[in-house]
Design a protein around this ligand. Structure first.
Ligand code: SF4
Length: 408
């Protein structure tokens, strides 16, 4: 699936089985789906419902919640009901570790209300219990007609499998490469568990796979390998990506390389939010990653120059922010009233050097006056200069022109 260095744009998507998750299609010919995860205590119905709603409003097409104890399992159907009363039908994925088999057995309403179960093969149980408890989880998925994600994770690798592969490596007397052995253990953990689920009776088109690590190069290597060894739909994500810009850059770097090669059917950007930052940031980053790569469109893209010594005031940066926030806030309404608005491009530029040229390339763009320039801001619509704005009301007038453009 690797793209040719001469090819423009992403390689064709890898062909996978398509999985329906509460009506959202993942894999096959479906567009890459954005998902996220709450960080509230699931047993706190009000907080979790509120955060799921925020993530959904930001554009998360699937939302995962942890189901870690009896209280949280009991809360799940209540959360789904509350969301339905708010007109929100986002599929919820239950994240299970260690005790999922018991929780699903004791809370049939939870088993029913969830749209998918996430099973971590490294955290299902130990020894013989592992196989029994894994089988129980899969049997619940069969009984309730739910898809599952078999999500292996570097931080919770199946230790018996890792030990077995190390022994095999030693027996073959191959040069010791702990990284390669561990990557193989992660991939095998995901693939072997998926094949076991199929043997138990879960259809292969109800399985999504993931094998997450926290290093960019390791993640690329693991998924390239996984993609050649099965046709299961793949969930991409860099685990424990980090805080703020580090997490955004690392996730974007890894996921962009893979998606450029046609690998990946659903993505989650795992960010540790900076204090006070909204959880919805991970959804915005996921959408912007897909949109800047030309894979999907969610919100009009704003091109803005970085500003420099030629920029006369802070006003230019402010205007870029005002425009970005305006189109983001209007998009849910435009999605219904003006479908296609998400494909619009905007430009906010700081001076005459690149301003008019970049503004002409956008559907609607503005070039603000730089140092020594006439205090006038020409506006370009579909490549033609249409009006020049002046004075203190430029931001308001430009936003009104954007709304008029969308209405037209
Ligand atoms: Fe500086 Fe003008 Fe370039 Fe913006 S367009 S970065 S203000 S030279």
């Amino acid at each position: 699936t690797h793209s040719s260095p001469h090819q423009f744009g992403p390689a064709p998507r890898r062909s996978t089985r398509q999985v329906s998750i509460g009506g959202i299609q993942v894999g096959g010919s479906a567009p890459v789906v954005v998902q996220s995860m709450t960080n509230t205590d699931t047993a706190d119905v009000a907080s979790t419902t509120k955060q799921v709603a925020e993530l959904w409003r930001a554009g998360s097409e699937l939302v995962r919640i942890t189901v870690n104890n009896a209280e949280s399992a009991a809360a799940v159907p209540r959360i789904v009901d509350k969301l339905a009363m708010m007109g929100i039908a986002v599929p919820l994925i239950g994240d299970f570790h260690y005790n999922g088999h018991t929780l699903l057995a004791n809370e049939p309403a939870c088993a029913e209300a969830l749209a998918k179960y996430r099973i971590n093969p490294g955290n299902v149980g130990f020894g013989k219990k592992r196989d029994t408890q894994f089988a129980q989880l899969i049997e619940f998925a069969i009984q309730y007609s739910k898809p599952v994600r078999i999500g292996a994770n570097w931080g919770s690798l199946d230790q018996s499998l890792a030990a077995m592969l190390m022994d095999e490596n030693a027996l073959r007397a191959e040069p010791w490469d702990a990284g390669r052995v561990m990557r193989e253990a992660l991939i095998r953990s995901a693939l072997d568990s998926a094949h076991r689920a199929v043997e138990i009776g879960l259809p292969a088109d109800r399985i999504v796979l993931s094998a997450k690590v926290s290093g960019v190069q390791e993640l690329v290597a693991v998924y390239r390998d996984l993609a050649t060894r099965s046709d299961f739909a793949l969930h991409l994500g860099l685990t424990e990506a980090g805080i703020g810009s580090k997490g955004i850059v690392a996730s974007s770097a890894a996921l962009a390389v893979l998606m450029q090669e046609g690998i990946g059917d659903t993505i989650r950007i795992s960010l540790t939010p900076e204090p006070g930052a909204s959880r919805t940031q991970e959804v915005i980053v996921a959408q912007e990653l897909l949109q800047t790569m030309g894979l999907r469109a969610f919100t009009p893209m704003v091109t803005a120059c970085p500003g420099c010594g030629r920029t006369t005031s802070e006003f230019f940066q402010e205007l870029a922010g005002v425009v970005q926030n305006h189109v983001r806030a209007k998009m849910p309404e435009w999605k219904i009233s003006h479908p296609g608005a998400e494909n619009m491009t905007l430009a906010v530029m700081g001076c005459i050097v690149n301003g008019p040229g970049e503004s002409r390339h956008a559907n609607i763009g503005i070039s603000l006056p730089g140092t020594g320039e006439t205090p006038a801001a020409p506006v370009f619509v579909d490549g033609e200069k249409t009006v020049t704005l002046r004075g203190d009301n430029i931001a308001h007038e430009f936003v009104a022109l954007i709304d008029e453009y969308v209405d037209r």
